[in-house]
Design a protein around this ligand. Structure first.
Ligand code: OGA
Ligand code: MN
Length: 293
């Protein structure tokens, strides 16, 4: 196994390993540590079916079954399908607008996510160049650079995160096939409180855990001050120096840290430029500090 970090401060390629085979204990630990250190890991040239992707993902924690559970691999509700394609009957075969806007998966849930693992089967192309990049921001670095007075003001505070905020943003996008959340879906995903700063379970370092997709307000502050501080945090994390864009190649398995990064799907491709991705979401259910030690 060879790990080649990007020069972006975020992201690394890991080659020389077949993810269809179970990871050895030593490789498992190396991958886990790399996930904390680099935030986004690309394993190129993989060829995984839904059960193999689920088997890999479940080594790192319990796999989530999405509340809206729109599209999944047959017999595998934990393996979501992301696609802009339709079947012969004209029905969508996958979720066509996942993650289009900056967010952190599962920050709207009391139990947060450790990671996502996405495996590209088809990548849209135009003029020989890949489209549909997934972009990331480095929330370790964003925390480290915060002015001391901001850290002091926000340390120990929580923000309220709401699943419906980002759902409704995505619903407004042209071509969205999402309906409004039903009362039953909303009841399963009530707003939750999240600390604005938390300690990353793999690196042991502090991260900024507050994203524009789901964070609504900061508890215990006047709404105007809360709005201003959130606006500040969102602008701060949006600086170019924290950005890494992953340009996909079919066969990539991309595993990203959902505690130390936030992400955005770039919607720059059209229906005739096919995208097909298998996805699992790994909940933070294990003792990663112990596993990475
Ligand atoms: C996700 C997501 C981004 C993409 O799967 O959580 O945000 O580029 N996807 O598909
Ligand atoms: Mn996402």
């Amino acid at each position: 196994m060879r790990i080649t970090p990007n020069n972006a401060g975020l992201g690394a390629r890991i080659e020389g390993i077949d993810i269809a085979e179970p990871l050895s204990p030593a490789d498992y630990r190396t991958v886990l540590r790399a996930l904390g250190q680099y935030g986004v890991l690309c394993f190129p040239g993989q060829d995984l079916d839904a059960p193999q992707l689920a088997a890999f993902g479940s080594r790192f924690g319990t796999l989530e079954v999405n509340v809206a559970n729109l599209f999944h691999a047959p017999g595998h509700p934990e393996v979501m399908i992301l696609s802009n394609q339709r079947d012969a009957a004209g029905q969508p075969i996958g979720l066509n607008d996942a993650g289009q806007g900056w967010h952190t998966d599962m920050s709207y849930s009391t139990e947060i996510a450790l990671a996502n693992a996405l495996h590209a089967k088809q990548v849209p192309q135009r003029d020989g160049r890949p489209l549909g990049d997934t972009q990331f921001r480095n929330m370790h670095a964003a925390y480290d650079d915060l002015p001391a007075e901001v850290v002091e003001r926000l340390e120990g505070r929580v923000a309220v995160h709401d699943f419906e905020k980002f759902w409704d943003v995505m619903r407004q996008r042209p071509g969205s096939i999402r309906g409004p959340l039903t009362e039953a879906q909303k009841a399963k995903k009530p707003p939750v409180r999240q600390p604005i700063f938390r300690t990353h379970p793999i690196t042991g370092r502090r991260v900024l855990y507050c994203n524009p997709g789901y964070a609504m307000w900061i508890e215990g502050l006047e709404r105007t001050e809360s709005d201003a501080l959130l606006e500040y945090l969102f602008r701060h994390q949006a600086q170019e120096k924290y950005l890494y864009s992953h340009a996909w190649t079919p066969g990539d398995l991309l595993v990203w840290d959902n505690i130390g990064t936030c992400h955005n799907a770039v919607a720059d491709y059209r229906p005739e430029e096919p995208r097909l991705i298998l996805r699992v979401q790994v909940m933070a259910t294990l003792d990663y500090a112990a596993l990475a030690a």
